[in-house]
Design a protein around this ligand. Sequence first.
Ligand code: SDX
Length: 431
Amino acid sequence: MAETSKTATLTLDGKTYELPVLSPSAGPDVVDIRKLYAQADVFTYDPGFTSTASCESSITFIDGDKGELLYRGYPIDQLANDSHYLEVCYLLLNGELPNKTELEDFEYRITRHTMVHEQMHNFFRGFRRDSHPMATMVGVVGAMSAFYHDSLDINDPWQREVASMRLIAKLPTIAAMAYKYSIGQPFVYPRNDLGYAENFLNMCFSVPAEPYKVEPALAKAMDRIFTLHADHEQNASTSTVRLAGSSGANPFACIAAGIACLWGPAHGGANQACLEMLREIGTVDQIPEYIARAKDKNDPFRLMGFGHRVYKNFDPRAKVMKESADEVLDLLGVHDNETLQVAKELERIALEDPYFVEKKLYPNVDFYSGIILEAMGFPTSMFTPIFALSRTVGWISQWKEMIEDPTNKIGRPRQLYTGATKRDYVDVTKR
Ligand code: SDX
């Protein structure tokens, strides 16, 4: 980030303040207000952070108007089609694509961290079988702090790296265990002879009673879904991880906080809510009623999987996901998928409707992902856990970047206070 010769001038109560303007490598200029409170004794006000850059980062860039998403400068569609998830993990963590040796070493290390401490199996048995897998994941990932004591010291680069490896490697195992526990089937151990996505599908869908072979095309589609969800700038859950990390909390606790935030239906929970909405709509002829509800200010209903804080054009991930949905359903021989027909017709109608056009509402990453995951055999309750395991590399990369930033300090926003001003206590006998 470089200071420009430009400054922003603020005039307040007859005084003028010159605020430096910082220039990014891409995206809008940034007005640096770090000294504003000290100089002018005023706060800025931006609930929801619609106009606020919370940090400097070089990991992921989004251009909402162009519908562009870059991981370390590489376009998401190229990575989704030409790379694979563990290579993308290396890229997000280290900033550059690995050479062959670096990639083989990284994949070897991740593969050999996929098992969880055997005692962690007991945690699952403390949950009700009908617990939402996200509840289980928040609990079990947070509990990793109670097991991996040799990778808790955030000031030790080696421990930070080991914690990052453990999280990327173990989240699929934990997500699969949460799924198996919810359906009363035995846990399936990870296998070192399988690829990352293949291993996850095997842990979810194989049973000890018979051999199971993962369809390579499904493993590739799963891997692509992981890549599409891997990181996304300073979204709500990533900002949660950064804020938790800014206090010095250990990485497992920070990722558990990110999982908790992602669960919300306005964020990562939208993939589950979207499929449930498509099912509720049921048939194409019911779409107009739901479009009307989405436009009705008095109705809290929103089209799940539609809209985005940043993308005001299409979400590039949704485009890739839509292509993948056609491929996967075709592969599985699912041709008359009513849910997919409703999704495509809903998208067509919404994109022609002045309300959605005016508010720049387009399908986001969550609109088509549920259709693919359901076709693969996952229940809707597993959609957000899959988003969480995919996003773990983004969360931990952003956490690492923050910890390694020498200017890093605890995040502590202020407020616009509109409550009672100072007043004296009144005894209950006098109220
Ligand atoms: C993710 O930030 C990220 O990067 C997140 C994410 C990631 O990878 O980390 O991309 C993942 O969370 C994707 C978003 C998933 N959420 C949903 O699909 C839920 C449905 N979408 C909405 O809740 C909403 O669009 C948000 C939360 C995604 C964005 O909300 P904003 O930016 O705060 O926009 P807003 O709520 O201020 O809406 C602007 C207008 C409003 O109308 P007005 O008050 O201006 O009249 O658009 C309307 C909203 O009512 N609107 C919708 C709508 N989304 C916004 N109307 C109907 N249906 C919708 N889906």
